[in-house]
Design a protein around this ligand. Structure first.
Ligand SMILES: [Zn+2]
Length: 143
């Protein structure tokens, strides 16, 4: 038996599914060949690791605990929605008060600006100006 044949049969040899004659040949080759016995040891190790990982089962209570945690969070948020009964009253009041304050402030600001403007006198020359005469449509039609 050569190395390539031996390597091909290693899986079946490990599982014990090889015909008896082939199994004996593989075992004899493994005793003689260090390369193949090394890869056989690696394969055995890999199988052990995979077996160990398959034995690790998920905690059956994990799902229950997560679902209970989610339910608890939902209950808490539901109870938070119950608390602001006073907020239902205060929030519209606060909004309308701030809106009224903003409107009052705007009217106040506008009235002070207008009163400051009205104090200024219009120059006399401006009252003599005729805007209609400054830019007549006839002027544009001649162009
Ligand atoms: Zn070999």
């Amino acid at each position: 038996m050569n190395c390539q044949l031996c390597q091909n049969e290693l899986d079946a040899y490990l599982e014990g599914t090889l015909p008896q004659g082939t199994g004996i040949q593989v075992a004899e080759h493994l005793k003689k060949c260090s390369v193949c016995s090394e890869s056989f040891q690696l394969l055995t190790l890999a199988n052990k690791v995979m077996d160990a990982e398959m034995k690790v089962q998920s905690n059956p209570f994990l799902v229950t605990r997560i679902m209970a945690g989610i339910e608890e969070m939902e209950n808490q948020s539901a109870s938070f929605q119950h608390i602001p009964a006073y907020q239902k009253v205060f929030k519209p009041i606060l909004i309308s008060v701030s809106l009224a304050a903003a409107i009052f402030f705007g009217v106040f600001l506008g009235s002070t600006y207008l009163s400051a403007e009205s104090h200024q006198r219009i120059p006399v020359e401006l009252s003599y100006m005729n805007d209609a005469a400054l830019e007549s449509i006839d002027l544009f039609s001649q162009l």
